[in-house]
Design a protein around this ligand. Structure first.
Ligand SMILES: [Zn+2]
Length: 447
């Protein structure tokens, strides 16, 4: 017997949307059946025709920055923002926390910080830095989902970037483990750090040209082929790389890519002088580049969309001087990924099925959670978001739940209002009311 039924006319399944009743028992989906087949004696949540029932979102690119830089974000504030945005699983990045997740000891410190401190389920990436190859198996055995590296300075000293020589040492070990390597793919060569007008967005954009990404991706294709390592390009911004990736994928190279809401929504031409809340690396590029990224998603070369939630204290954005070259790069959009992507996707004729693949199923599969998360299917965790795709709202950064209320989306009107979020059958968000911060689990068991 189920202990909860969520039913409505618009339930988003892996390959169809229709009237269904989702039966939930002990936090798992035990049946997905005809709308009318009601079991007695259990709580029933009726969802009306204006709203959809979709899998809880999975966001595999989030910088929680804790321990060590908890004043930038932290597990409670990040996962609270996630719950309000319909996100039920996030994977924390290995850098910006101190210690970084580059040793088993660092990972254990992180787990202590996160335990009993999360509104949603949380997994962890480890890091590849120069000289830590002997730590990789130990971290992988302890439950990190895979490993991230940078090919350019990361912005924090305790997470140095790797060169090809370092990768030649680490990649055979990653292949042996069967671990995924995710890569911040910009090479230092084409990047400049000086500009005549640092408050002009054009100066910043010119300083991080597409070539830095394109060359890094060529390098990673070559190394993935040589070492047979699974490689994933994080936050792809240069659409020039889409045909390059398509060709490599067709040739059997194990390489995939993600992009982010800001690259799909904003355009460089529209960013005002000094508006450093738009700074991230790689940068937001031209309108024409944005449309080519959408084509990359449509064609399946880009697998999914994650937030790259990368917050910092407001003063680090240097809003007063408006210096793009010196401001911290990062956009905190964990809570807004659903409405931003939906607002742009619906405008281009994409469906809720596309949205659920990009925000739920495909990111779950990236971290081998596809039998547990990211779909409304029997046997999966009952992670569900109920939201209204036609309702609009005005973004007020002050009402966002992450720690520092700074957002380039402030003042935008977006489509898609999250109403309720369920984690393993438990309601964790309901129209501005939250569950408690002990509901989330740490995802450290290999599936
Ligand atoms: Zn990132």
């Amino acid at each position: 017997m189920p202990d909860l039924i969520i039913r409505g006319p618009n339930v988003v399944l892996p390959d169809a949307i229709g009237p269904r009743a989702v039966h939930i028992e002990d936090g798992k989906i035990v049946a997905v059946i005809d709308y009318d087949q009601i079991a007695s004696d259990c709580e029933v949540i009726e969802v009306d025709e204006n709203s959809v029932v979709m899998p809880g979102l999975v966001d595999t690119h989030v910088h929680v920055n804790s321990p060590g830089r908890t004043e930038w974000e932290g597990f409670q504030t990040a996962t609270r923002a996630a719950a309000a945005g319909g996100v039920t699983t996030l994977i924390d990045m290995p850098l910006n926390s101190i210690p970084p997740t580059t040793t088993l000891a660092g990972f254990n410190t992180k787990l202590e910080t996160a335990r009993n401190n999360c509104f949603i389920d949380v997994g962890f990436w480890g890091g590849v830095v120069p000289g830590n190859t002997s730590e990789l198996a130990r971290m992988f055995d302890a439950g990190v989902v895979g490993f991230k590296c940078f090919l350019v300075p990361s912005g924090v000293d305790e997470f140095p970037h790797v060169s090809e020589e370092h990768l030649r040492e680490a990649m055979p070990e990653l292949t042996r483990l069967g671990a995924l390597l995710i890569v911040h793919a910009e090479l230092p060569g084409p990047i400049t750090s000086e500009g005549v007008h640092p408050e002009s967005y054009e100066t910043f954009l010119a300083s991080r040209p597409r070539a830095a990404e394109n060359e890094a991706i060529e390098l990673m294709i070559r190394l993935s082929r040589e070492f047979d390592t699974r490689v994933h390009i994080v936050h792809l911004s240069s659409a020039d790389a889409v045909p390059v990736l398509r060709r490599a994928q067709a040739e059997g190279v194990k390489i995939s890519a993600e992009t982010c809401p800001h690259y799909l929504h904003f355009a460089a031409e529209e960013i005002a002088a000094g508006a450093t809340e738009f700074k991230c690396c790689p940068p937001i590029r031209e309108r024409e580049n944005r449309e080519a990224l959408w084509e990359g998603l449509a064609g399946g070369v880009i697998d999914f969309i994650v937030s790259d939630h990368s917050p910092c204290p407001g003063e680090m954005k240097l809003r007063e001087s408006g210096d793009f070259m010196k401001a911290w790069g990062g956009i905190a959009s964990l809570q807004l990924r659903l409405p931003v992507v939906w607002t742009e996707a619906r405008r281009r004729g994409f469906s809720l099925l596309d949205l659920a693949r990009w925000l739920c199923a495909n990111p779950a599969a990236q971290v081998s959670l596809q039998t547990q998360k990211g779909s409304i299917a029997v046997g999966h965790d009952a992670d569900i978001v109920i939201w209204n795709p036609n309702a609009e709202f005005l973004v007020d950064a002050n009402t966002l739940q992450h720690r520092h209320k700074i957002s380039p989306y402030n003042g935008e009107t977006l489509h898609g209002v999250v109403q309720k979020t369920f984690l393993r059958g438990k309601k964790i968000y309901d129209e501005a009311h939250f569950g408690d911060a002990k509901n989330g689990r740490l995802l450290i068991e290999r599936q």
